[in-house]
Design a protein. Structure first.
Length: 318
């Protein structure tokens, strides 16, 4: 019920007020969002103004296609704009082509009854889809289950989707949403965090925002201790024979979780979808890290939320 109420609210407000917490939109203007959103912008801005940035940039664009390079340039442009300005007009952010993608993404959202247009265009790329078989998907840091249910809908032949959410509040929402959906028999819920070691750690979160290991300076954000495992440990303990797709959206900490999956990535070479927009290090260093493992991946930098300004950029490895 919570999920469907959110769908209704977002569909009523989506074109006027978007990207709650990080970037707000009203009419033709985009407003810099919360303190957490600005800290993400500030971190990326500091990264792109470092003296060795050109070397980091060159390592990222190596062997990328032109569309990926355009997405990178747009990300850098948006970081600069929002670092220096609280309010930015859409004419400074988007070309006519990007506005057309926004329109198509909302049509996709309405047609498929999906909360927001994340991953619009991914399911039209046959080169990527042909790599996703009928085995197991791992949705790392699944929040309230929106994307787990989207994967179940858009990848109907997938055997199982393991949906991981460590936050106790978000896990309650996840359990309710998936339990009331037609996909409950295919989505397996796990109330743990996937990290670079096994044990416990402290996470921070709120009723709306994604949880994060990092306390971004806001002492009012509640915290809790949670169980953590590496993906390598989890997959082996569950005797999972083949992982076809792993998606990460951990709010600032993707690289750490990625390192805990290295052995499974080497074993199965799954399609990887990694959110990289949270800070400069993950944006510019995640692809070179995976590339250094010499697994023969092809790479795309993809704006999964057209209209999301700097928000929503992902790395796809296939």
């Amino acid at each position: 019920m919570i999920y469907f109420l959110k769908v209704i609210v977002w569909k009523l407000l989506g074109k006027n007020l978007e990207f709650v917490n990080l970037v707000f939109r009203k009419g033709s203007y985009y407003f810099r969002g919360s303190d957490i959103g600005f800290k993400m912008i500030e971190d990326s801005y500091k990264y792109i103004t470092q003296s060795d940035f050109q070397d980091k940039y060159n390592a990222l664009i190596h062997w990328l296609d032109d569309e990926s390079k355009k997405t990178i340039e747009l990300f850098i442009q948006h970081i600069r704009l929002f670092y220096h300005n609280n309010i930015v007009h859409e004419s400074e952010l988007f070309s006519d082509r990007e506005k057309n993608l926004q329109k198509k993404s909302f049509e996709f959202m309405w047609k498929n009854w999906i909360l927001h247009p994340t991953w619009y265009g991914l399911f039209d790329d046959s080169q990527i889809l042909e790599q996703i078989g009928n085995w197991v998907v791992l949705d790392v840091w699944a929040s309230d289950g929106i994307e787990s249910m989207m994967f179940a809908k858009m990848l109907p032949n997938t055997l199982k989707i393991y949906s991981f959410e460590p936050s106790s509040y978000n896990f309650t929402c996840l359990n309710t949403n998936v339990g009331n959906s037609m996909y409950k028999d295919r989505i397996i819920l796990q109330n743990i965090a996937l990290w670079e070691y096994d044990g416990e750690m402290e996470i921070f979160g709120s009723w709306w925002a994604e949880v994060s290991r990092i306390n971004l300076g806001n002492t009012n954000i509640p915290s809790e201790k949670v169980k953590v495992q590496t993906i390598d440990t989890f997959v082996n303990s569950e005797n999972i024979k083949r992982v076809w797709l792993i998606k990460w959206d951990i709010e600032w900490s993707e690289i750490e979780s990625l390192l805990g999956a290295k052995n499974i990535i080497i074993r199965d070479k799954p399609v990887l979808i990694v959110s990289i927009y949270h800070n400069g290090r993950e944006f510019f260093e995640t692809k070179p890290l995976i590339e250094s493992w010499n697994l023969g991946y092809r790479f795309k930098i993809f704006q999964s939320e057209p209209g999301g300004t700097w928000v929503g950029v992902v790395l796809i490895c296939y």
